[in-house]
Design a protein around this ligand. Sequence first.
Ligand SMILES: [Zn+2]
Length: 643
Amino acid sequence: MKSESSLKAKVHFPPKEKRLDVVYTKRYKIDSPLWNDRAKILITSWIPYCVSQIERTDLTLGEGGLDNFIEAGKALRGEPHGKHLGYVFSNAWVHQTIESMCIALMIDPQGDPEIIAAQEKMKVTLEKWIPIILAAQEPDGYLQTAFTLRDTNRWKERWSPRTRGNHEGYVAGYFIESAINHYTLTEGKDKRLYDAAKKLADCWVANIGPGKKVWFDGHQEMEQALVRFGRFVNDMEGNGRGNSYIALSKFLLDSRAGGSEYDQSHVPVQQQYEAVGHAVRAVYNYSGMADVAAETGDIDYQSAVMSLWNNMVNKKYYVTGGVGSGETSEGFGPNYSLRNNAYCESCSSCGLIFFQYKMNIAYHDAKYADMYEETMYNALLGSIDLEGKHFYYTNPLSTSAPRDAWHVCPCCVGNIPRTLLMIPTWTYVKGDDGIYVNMYIGSTINVERVVGTDVEMVQKTEYPWKGDVSITVNPKQTKEFTVYVRVPDRKTSELYTSVPVVNSLKSLTINGKTVPMNIVKGYIAITRKWKKGDKIDLLIPMEVQQITADENIEADRGRVALRFGPLIFNVEKADQPDINQSIGTSPLLVEWRPDLFRGTMTIKGTWADGTPLVAIPNYLRSNRLGTTPPADRTPTSLVWIKK
Ligand SMILES: [Zn+2]
């Protein structure tokens, strides 16, 4: 018998030897119609709501908040104490909410009395919570209340293969991450969380590693937290103090073996080429791998990361930038299997944004910023409702389900705001020779230490509603450096084809003078002696694009999706009686609707029967549903419209 097969290989150059540098989120100002509204809702409604849920002691669904830390503190002091409540990983949403509060406190309230009042309450909450959390940290630095309050007959020791599912690294990682933004909030003056995070990371380093324990966690998160923190500690202390955290991250990833696809331990990570298993675990795994690849230059890691990225983006990626069809447990399905009642868990969008961001800083390539912008505006932004009172755990592309007030597993509740509000980090990265502009959000952000000077970057724009952006570059000292301007390319995944193509700028000027548009890796580099007040003006083409999917995606055959700028649009029953008919042929035009959702762009056209078609941004979907789904469960909101 004979058999034959062929293998197509893509050859990539390795990333540049030196990765780009993170711009940490510090005090900043937002000046954007969309983001001012969203940030205000998160600060005044959503985060305070998470705080009150976490402080409640009577929850019967998704319980396990501050009470666990209080009881663990009692246990450590040898006092009588209660049992652990909720999931074994319930510390996660407490740590993430702390991180969210820290970031929210760095946003300039610009005199808004409601934001100021909410921020004052957050300061009080942090002062109340931090001592309670630190009192639950064991003397050697270990911190997980489920362990401290455990049934010792069933859970004998830390880091045991038998209790891999107990999320020890998952909750430790979120604690460590919360310390970074608490440090930047207090400008390093209050090191309580920072020092405790180092103690926790040091405890792991002391116990796990070559010649010590071999271990991996059933739910990744510690891996990316350790690199994020290791970089941060190195940047703050400058003595290689964080290197052992980065080394431990690689060791944890290297130790993944002998398990299943569900938690990406089926084969060594360097031999993983297809995105499989639980989607949140997967993107956290790949994000940690991308970190390790960028920090160590390990070619096997680089190769595996690029293969995994390629498979996910070009075979298993939704047009909204979400991942995880939900065909395996909360996870990925086979290639091209992208049903529209997708899982797309909010946490997987957060993890994917982190993953794409790390690819951007490793490869100095704007396409990864195109992708995290896509995921942020579509898969993640709409996970919280307009009023900041409900959230989606899953983000399907066709739905009739309202958002949840809380969830049996509220893992996403703090992850969503901390990711959305980290605007300075997403907007700029820096290299040895200058600043990369990755996002267009009206804002004032200080980028520190660019070729020896601090540079205040002021963006004026109503993007994503309008395409004109004006960036004022204010270096403290006049210096020669490069500003890399990202040219959005809406072609992100091979799975989707958009008409018309949008991948250029309409114009680009410096102080009114036209600049040649030489695009390299998605950026136009402008090198000059920059002085205070120098102004870059650019015009991003804003077109209604009609998107069709690869024929292999059965669910989208004969269907079309609509995009304007970075935003995917939905048709909803709230705007038209029948959303299951075909789209008509009349031109699709945008219309600003100040009356709708406190102001939004809509797309207007006609249906095949001649009646008017109205589409709204996907992130605003399902805001007019009430709290109970329609009895017949037919979709009330759709991304993919019949052609
Ligand atoms: Zn989640």
